[in-house]
Design a binder for this molecule. Sequence first.
Ligand SMILES: C[S@@+](CC[C@H](N)C(=O)[O-])C[C@H]1O[C@@H](n2cnc3c(N)ncnc32)[C@H](O)[C@@H]1O
Length: 232
Amino acid sequence: MSILSEADLDKQTVTKAYARWAPVYDLVFGAVFERGRHAAIGAAERVGGRILEVGVGTGISLPNYSKNCRLCGVDISAPMLRKAQERVSELGLNNVEGLWVMDAEHLSFPDNSFDAVVAQYVITTVPNPEATLDEFARVLKPGGEIILVSRVGAEAGLRRSLEHWFQPAARKLGWRSEFSFERYSRWVAQSRGMSLIERRAMPPFGHFSLIRFGKDDASDRGYESEPARAAG
Ligand SMILES: C[S@@+](CC[C@H](N)C(=O)[O-])C[C@H]1O[C@@H](n2cnc3c(N)ncnc32)[C@H](O)[C@@H]1O
């Protein structure tokens, strides 16, 4: 049995929060995250092929991918995904293979299914970020990339204290305010066949980063994670 503290995220809180965000999400978070999305899509297009967007939300990114990329989208929030479906129909996005309500931590795709797994502003909204990254690595083909845009919290100082203080309120809005890069470093160090390719600061104020992980091309044994993972 897991015991959740005030600050921890659980899926019920997150789904409730995004049901409330769905009608206004694009208006509030459209422009502010545009540069981060642009960078992530550019990185995904360089990989090309079949791309999974996790936490696809209202599908705000989908029209911006090249039509040569085949896109699959998943999200835990049905109201967010309905918006994405409307967007796909209205814009006639024929390169979208499908959109599914699915939990990032339990993806119903076989191993080695995608050339790239993209998650923009998602990792700090899931209850178990490390288990979620394990799932991304599992469904990724050897030679593929995990491409994240995510908030990176401060390691120390006043900003770290403020983020910690704000966390209970952030939880109700559906995300974490504190999340250090150290967690990514620990995850990749424990994940056989995965390596960090890039970390690049993103606006607003460099509080977000584009983070790219690669899956070992030479590996034909697939992805393996160490059995004991540090608790989040
Ligand atoms: C901050 S929004 C980001 C939406 C979009 N990627 C963007 O660029 O604006 C986070 C999204 O992640 C989704 N999400 C949160 N937890 C999830 C989970 N466990 N599995 C799948 N999607 C999840 C939310 O429903 C929401 O649509």
